[in-house]
Design a protein around this ligand. Structure first.
Ligand code: 13P
Ligand code: 13P
Ligand code: MG
Ligand code: MG
Ligand code: MG
Length: 386
């Protein structure tokens, strides 16, 4: 019998800026899911938050992309948004980009990661919940978990994973995907996913039997809305053990606080800090970006857990290093590479500022203007063509 683990998240408003939701919002979402559990639609569920994003962790028998489950999540977020409006919280309903539900929450604002699975003898699973960053933030750790033997000893030692893993990579600009095989195509995988704003690892499969080991949400809010509406704040599910990376190998990939896009106004690079639930609120410069890890076992669909996995002294040095990196990055103020590059800033309010300066520019003879690539190819300049 197959069960499905669905992690669906949205930011529907928070206290004193983009810090964290109000407990009444979590209670409102919990009430909606509790009723669904009573009716038998859900087997089990857990509601929590990281930063200002409400996290719905649900098990059921409806498969991935099930309209009933997505509508349930939508209704839970609407209930939490209603509370946000009543309390006049900041950015009430922020990630609900549509007024009406249309069968699937994908494309409407919430982030979605779902796996349908046949439960193994024991089914250890880790869910990751990030705030103030984007889906590509998981590229580096997911690569290290499933393709880097210096992170994951099992790739070398365990015959069940020695063949490697298949990476399904999405191009979120073109709406295309490609499956690449590690270790053989490792360099091709890196050629893509080193551009995390565009190429996102969506799913990972074990090569020997095609078992799905991981899934990451790929929603990019700015690409959906066409303007800045907050950061995407992704979620991920990773299965562990029994011929998959051990839980400790999965977590090891987060011991390096790599730089990700997000933070203040979704417009800055900063370190991704692994945090326990008690630090799952964002403060300094609306951040820094952070990720929480919850450990579970699934037993006939019941969620056993969670264990707050980054609540360990073993991650203290990672957090300390991250805080130093945050300080170093902050000192750049409005300069790149702390501030994001122009392609990403296109979806912020910066273009409106630049637009006002456009008419103030006058021509200068002092710089040699490089001809555009297209002009070089055709051999004529735009002026000559006229
Ligand atoms: P235990 O002996 O604690 O089960 O550890 C086994 C293991 O493989 C750890 O990675
Ligand atoms: P959120 O996506 O977490 O709401 O962040 C928005 C923002 O602009 C923070 O400065
Ligand atoms: Mg917010
Ligand atoms: Mg958020
Ligand atoms: Mg957001």
């Amino acid at each position: 019998e197959k069960i499905t683990l669905s992690v669906i998240k949205a930011d529907v408003g928070s206290i004193s800026g983009h810090v964290m939701p109000h407990p009444d919002q979590l209670a409102a979402a919990t009430k909606v899911l509790a009723e669904a559990k009573q009716k038998g639609l859900l087997i089990d569920f857990h509601v929590t938050h990281v930063g200002d994003d409400i996290q719905l962790i649900m098990t059921h028998r409806k498969g991935v992309d099930a309209p009933e489950i997505h509508e349930l999540a939508w209704n839970a977020f609407k209930a939490a948004a209603k509370v946000a409006r009543e309390l006049k919280l900041y950015a009430a309903g922020q990630d609900l980009l549509s007024d009406a539900f249309s069968g699937n929450v994908r494309g409407l604002g919430p982030g979605v990661a779902e796996i349908e699975m046949v439960e193994r003898k024991a089914e250890p699973v880790i869910t990751f919940h990030a705030d103030k960053t984007e889906p590509g933030a998981f590229n580096l750790p997911i690569f290290r978990i499933f393709a880097d033997p210096f992170n994951t000893a099992g790739l070398v030692i365990d015959p069940r994973m020695h063949d490697g893993f298949i990476f399904e990579v999405y191009d979120v600009f073109e709406g295309k995907s490609v499956k690449l095989s590690a270790p053989e195509e490792m360099y091709d995988i890196l050629a893509l996913i080193g551009t995390p704003g565009r190429y996102v690892v969506r799913r990972v499969y074990r090569k020997s039997d095609n078992l799905q080991a991981a899934v990451v949400s790929v929603e990019r809010l700015n690409l959906i809305a066409g303007k800045y509406v907050g950061k995407d704040d992704p979620v991920a599910i990773v299965r562990a053990q029994h011929g998959l990376p051990a839980a400790g190998e999965v977590l090891e990939a987060f011991s390096f606080p790599h730089l990700v896009a997000g933070w203040m106004r979704g417009s800055h690079h900063g370190p991704l800090i692994p945090v326990p639930q008690r630090y799952a609120k964002v403060t300094r410069f609306d951040g820094p970006p952070r990720v929480m890890a919850l450990g579970w076992n699934i037993a006939k669909g019941k969620l056993i857990g969670p264990v707050d996995l980054f609540d360990d002294v073993a991650f203290d040095e990672t957090r300390r290093l991250a805080v130093q990196i945050a300080e170093y990055m902050r000192r750049h103020g409005p300069f790149m590479p702390h501030r994001l590059g122009p392609e990403e800033m296109e979806y912020t309010t910066l273009p409106a500022v630049l637009e006002k300066l456009k008419d103030r520019f006058v021509k200068t003879e002092e710089v040699h203007v490089i001809r555009r690539h297209s002009e070089l190819l055709s051999g004529t300049s735009e002026e000559e063509q006229k």
